[in-house]
Design a protein around this ligand. Sequence first.
Ligand SMILES: NC(=O)c1ccc[n+]([C@@H]2O[C@H](COP(=O)([O-])OP(=O)(O)OC[C@H]3O[C@@H](n4cnc5c(N)ncnc54)[C@H](O)[C@@H]3O)[C@@H](O)[C@H]2O)c1
Ligand SMILES: [Zn+2]
Ligand SMILES: [Zn+2]
Length: 369
Amino acid sequence: MRMRAAVLEEFGQPLVVQELELAEPRAGEVLVRLEACGVCHTDMYTASGVDPSGYAPTVLGHEGAGVVEAIGEDVGDLRVGDHVVTLFSPQCRECVHCLSPKTNICLAIREQQGKGYLPDGTARLSRPGGEPIRHFMGTSTFAEYTVMPQIALAKVSPEAPLDRACLFACGLSTGLGAAMFTAKVEAGSTCVVFGAGMVGLGAVAGARLQGADQIVCVDLSAERLEMARHQGATDVMLGGEDTVGQILEMTGGFGADYTFEATGLVGVMRQAVEAARMGWGLATMCGVAGKGETLDIVPRLLITGRRVCGSSFGGVKGRDQVPQLVQRYLDGDIDVDAFLSHRITLDEVNTGFDLMHAQDGIRSVIGFG
Ligand SMILES: NC(=O)c1ccc[n+]([C@@H]2O[C@H](COP(=O)([O-])OP(=O)(O)OC[C@H]3O[C@@H](n4cnc5c(N)ncnc54)[C@H](O)[C@@H]3O)[C@@H](O)[C@H]2O)c1
Ligand SMILES: [Zn+2]
Ligand SMILES: [Zn+2]
């Protein structure tokens, strides 16, 4: 079929919206008509050419939500008409990682996905002339339609508006999950969240849902800190050199039970480790650091009981837990509307990057149709 998609033709250049060919879903695959897609940092990062594993040409986009249009052979769990959220982090429910409660990093299709292909090693995307175009993050949702493996689609309640549901495809679930599934914040605890973008605000909301007593949010923007208060932060603070000292002061000199880093800056990651409590403080890293950067930790901080972990997609097992998170939104537990700052069309996708670059709003969402 023919459809319109935003293609990264060349690194560092604006995406080019054009007609592409999309082949039918094969065995285990599903054709999804996208209704909405958020614009995330990872798309911009890849478009810039800085990501060492990036490739072009490709169709970017990974925060998608839409409706199942057609299914290939051997698709058991999804039917035409189902509402789905796309998962760059799939869940096959069979590999050794999926069978373990300790991780959400499914091993089933990693290799081909990383190369830009569907699990059988081929692409469904091509130019009208025939030249194949690679998929991005297994999703390629800056497009009217996508073909994805069924293990990378979460079936969500049809009651959830898809322009909100799409935020659960990446940033929001990453933040919520970091608090709920990776750190498993305990009720009554003290949390510090560094960064009040989509991920950090999600972590604030997740800490609140877990019943944390004190949630401190640190950012450089007063406006974003106001949003953090709205999501449940009990204290907010402008970040700087002395942030760790201020947090220690607020916590009787000990530090917080849980800290979360959601900036991607290694200097802030270090602050998150240093602000964690002696004895049992857990520092969870969500941000993606630049190529070659390393995190400096004084080992004494670890010997005295602080722990450090990372969190990919918030530790969320996508097919099982994204629908549960969306349900909590429908139940009124999470204010998702507050994150949706700009609605744009596919043709305005580069404007989405500009808005993100200018830190204008939390999320721009592309609406199709
Ligand atoms: N782990 C994952 O699976 C995953 C998924 C999505 C995004 N990410 C990463 O998470 C990070 C955050 O993403 P986002 O969409 O929320 O980004 P964002 O840019 O919207 O938010 C980052 C925030 O950090 C704040 N900040 C900058 N310097 C600071 C400092 N010194 N102290 C405190 N705050 C500071 C900024 O003001 C901004 O509000 C990025 O690195 C992104 O790549 C990771
Ligand atoms: Zn993302
Ligand atoms: Zn798996």
